[in-house]
Ligand binder design. Structure first.
Ligand code: C2E
Ligand code: CA
Ligand code: CA
Length: 744
């Protein structure tokens, strides 16, 4: 949206400046009453003249309808007019009107209604009211004043929606808006930067501009005039009379360019001078006129306020992008800049982007040994060394505690980037001196080169590749490692998934079984099914390496069904060997999300002929919370079938007792973590006791898993736990081994 042409601009939104102050400044020395109304005739501004003529304070008038001040006889006529004024444009209308004063007396005034102002957004009008006897001797002045008021409002509007980076452009628009003041031939806006004033915006009249262009920057100190401006003073100069001026040197310089009169107004906001506006004329005009001066001052106030806000915005943006410890870009900013760079690369705007990730070995140790402050100082020194070794045009970022990034925006080959990485690491062969301690730090680099053919490479993916390559360097022990597509983790994962799919078809995924023991009888009473991948070249792969991959790739449904079917088929024969044999099978949260999970279980039970009451499905607590409504549906159906449900890893999640009550549970499995601590930790022991208590209260059985040592078994037994599973008794084993065990 271009705010300049936006008719709904609200004066109330002026950046940091009280709008009434601006209008007040414009109408300050006007003897007439000036009333600014919105389209409904409600007074939004009135100048101080109201007090002089009618005795009301401005506050007593603002917010009331303007016709409430009209004497009774004239009121209906004025009220009817207001209804038209608020919505109309056109020539000002005037007439005589009787107005009530604060003491109730009535006085005759002449008014003019200027329609079509838009200071308060929705349209409106300005009424000027003068004593009837003095009417019309200022008729020319008021429209100019009103035009200037609107001009200031438009200047303010320029800055409203402009993003911080576009401030220069907004200044340019503001300057053109100001140029509407008749007597001007050049306007320049200057910003103070250190010892200089920098030219920030400029407008020249198409006709009769000063002959010499203004310089890009001016040193403040040598110029008495600039010093005066920076000191917060307005400056007027008539160059023809330069000998009389206190700024002789400046007057001569301007005169040489053809400027005959000049007005300088400091840009002051909240007491600070930020710069100045110089208004020049090539005609020997006396720069004066209350309206013009007020307009210039009001515009200056608006521009200064906008400048101040812009500075704050830029500062904030800078802060948000900067890492405080090192002054480098932070991860967030780096990612944003990289994104832009990759877009440019895709559009062939650069030959290639070289990215070097740098990681410090043992930084954490240094941090711990020397303390945080020394650690921060080390990071500062590290970033200093990186900065000085980085090639021109490169930028640096700190991604995390000891991870840095060097980005080279336009570099053709990976070899060049790699060479840069090696050079950057060179200074690290010299130890650091941190508060008198000598600290050696090894830095390693991962090099990734992005070229235009890397279609759709995102900044995230690029950073991921960098991180992987740095990791690769750490693992290999080399200082510099270059990204290798074939070694890339993401691709490895993809390959692994397709291998897993093949393994499922090739029947390489098999159930192992770990026996569950009853301590009272010292016999096996069931078994937990645990998946294993019998890999043709890598040997036996454990469940922890398979299940997460199966879950994230969506293969878990098919794999889960396969394992369940296999287990049921195999365990059928064990039912004959052991009374009440219980087959346990693990289920993932992902499986419960599928609508037909229960149907599949029922099908498998029917196909294999395995009795539902001999099957128990194990779910972790988090699984139960994943999609409680759907889970509960599945549980109810499974329960109807007669299938048992167990909570696995009990105590590690967040199930409330209430939730447990609502679930059709048949058993709890005490997590190995608590079993491991049952002998040494009072709190672990308390958890185990509470679990057993809870299970008894709900009438469900409890199995302790991960029992590895004799004294753990003893304590658990003493606490009343009879069902156990763990390496102490037997390990997960192939079906034939469990069969043999059962036959013993
Ligand atoms: P889990 O259900 O808690 O299974 C118990 C894990 O503890 C098994 O690891 C088992 O080998 C191990 N374990 C048994 N006794 C001991 C012991 O005394 N000490 C120690 N330290 N560990 C013991 P595994 O086989 O690697 O399985 C890991 C997890 O993978 C399982 O944890 C289970 O959550 C999941 N999982 C295994 N098979 C399947 C499956 O077919 N489907 C699904 N969805 N998940 C499975
Ligand atoms: Ca389990
Ligand atoms: Ca477990």
């Amino acid at each position: 949206m271009n705010a300049v042409h936006d008719p709904s601009f609200e004066m109330d939104h002026l950046p940091d400046v009280e709008p009434r102050e601006l209008i007040r400044a414009l109408f300050a020395r006007v003897h007439d009453i000036v009333v600014v109304c919105d389209r409904d005739g409600v007074v939004r501004f009135v100048n101080d003249a109201i007090t002089e003529h009618l005795g009301f304070t401005t506050d007593a008038v603002i917010g009331r309808r303007v016709d409430t001040f009209v004497a009774e006889a004239d009121a209906p006529r004025i009220t009817a007019s207001i209804a038209r004024w608020g919505h109309r444009k056109g020539q000002p209308r005037g007439n005589e009107v009787d107005v009530r004063t604060v003491d109730g007396s009535v006085r005759r005034f002449h008014y003019r209604a200027h329609m079509g102002t838009d200071l308060y957004g929705s349209g409106g009008f300005i009424v000027t009211v003068s004593p009837a006897s003095e009417a019309d001797d200022r008729a020319d002045l008021i429209p100019a004043l009103i035009e200037n008021t609107n001009r200031v409002a438009r200047i303010a509007a320029v800055f409203l929606d402009e993003p911080a980076e576009n401030f220069g452009a907004a200044l340019g628009v503001a300057v053109r808006e100001l140029a509407g003041l008749e007597w001007l031939n050049r306007i320049t806006i200057w910003t103070i930067r250190g010892p200089e004033m920098v030219l920030s915006a400029q407008w020249d009249a198409a006709y009769q501009a000063p002959s010499r262009p203004p310089p890009e920057r001016l040193r403040i100190d040598p110029s008495q005039m600039l010093r005066s401006l920076v000191g917060g003073n307005e400056v007027r100069l008539l160059t023809a009379h330069d000998d009389a001026s206190e700024f002789v040197a400046e007057a001569r310089a301007f005169a040489a360019a053809g400027t005959t009169s000049l007005l300088g107004v400091p840009l002051t906001a909240r007491g600070a001078v930020l710069g100045a506006i110089l208004l020049e004329s090539t005609i020997d005009a006396v720069i004066d006129g209350a309206s013009h001066m007020a307009t210039v001052r009001a515009a200056t106030a608006v521009i200064a306020a906008a400048m101040l806000r812009n500075r704050a915005e830029l500062e904030l943006a800078h802060q948000a992008r900067t890492d405080r410890t090192t002054g480098l870009l932070n991860r967030w900013a780096a990612q944003g800049d990289l994104s832009e760079m990759l877009v440019r690369l895709a559009n062939r705007g650069s030959r290639g982007v070289g990215v070097i990730g740098i990681d410090l070995d043992r930084f954490k140790l240094v941090n711990e040994a020397l303390g945080h402050r020394a650690g921060d100082r080390l990071l500062g020194e590290v970033s200093e060394r990186l900065r000085s070794a980085a090639p021109p045009g490169a930028w640096l970022a700190r991604l995390s505690a000891d991870e840095f990034l060097v980005v080279i925006p336009d570099v053709e080959s990976e070899t060049t980037t790699r060479g840069t990485a090696e050079r950057i690491l060179e200074p690290f062969t010299i130890p650091f001196d941190i508060d008198g301690s000598t600290v050696s730090v090894t830095a390693r680099a991962g090099v990734v080169q992005a070229s235009a053919v890397d279609d759709h490479l995102s900044a995230e993916e690029l950073l991921r590749r960098v991180a992987n390559t740095v990791d690769q360097a750490k693992r290999s022990g080399r200082l510099v490692e270059t990204f290798d597509v074939t070694e890339d983790g993401q691709l490895r994962r993809l390959r692994r998934v397709s291998q897993l799919e093949r393994a499922l078809l090739e029947r390489e995924l098999v159930p192992y079984f770990q026996a569950e023991w009853d301590l009272k009888t010292n016999r096996v009473i069931g078994a937990e099914t645990l998946l294993r991948w019998v890999h043709p070249t890598e040997g036996l792969i454990g469940a922890d390496s398979v299940i997460p991959l199966a879950e994230s790739s969506g293969l878990i449904d098919r794999i889960g069904q396969h394992i369940l079917a296999e287990a049921c088929r195999i365990a059928l024969s064990w039912l004959d060997l052991v009374d009440d044999f219980l087959l346990r099978v693990n289920v993932s949260a992902h499986q419960l999300r599928s609508e037909d999970f229960t149907d599949r279980v029922a099908e498998i039970l029917t196909e294999t002929g395995f009795p539902p009451t001999s099957l128990c499905l194990e779910l972790t607590e988090s699984t139960l919370l994943d999609d409680p409504a759907r889970s509960r549906q599945h549980f109810a159906h499974l329960r109807q079938l007669g299938v048992g449900l167990a909570i696995d890893d009990f105590g590690t999640g967040y199930s409330s007792i209430l939730q447990l009550k609502q679930l059709p549970l048949s058993s709890l499995k005490i997590d190995q973590r608590f079993v491991a601590g049952v002998a040494s930790s009072a709190s672990d022991r308390a958890i185990v006791e509470a679990t057993l208590e809870l299970a008894r209260a709900f009438g469900v059985t409890t199995t302790a898993e991960g029992v590895e040592e004799e004294h753990q078994r003893e304590i658990l037994e003493k606490l009343g736990c009879v069902r156990m599973q763990g390496f102490l008794f037997s390990r997960p084993e192939p079906a034939e081994q469990l069969t043999a065990r059962l036959l013993m």
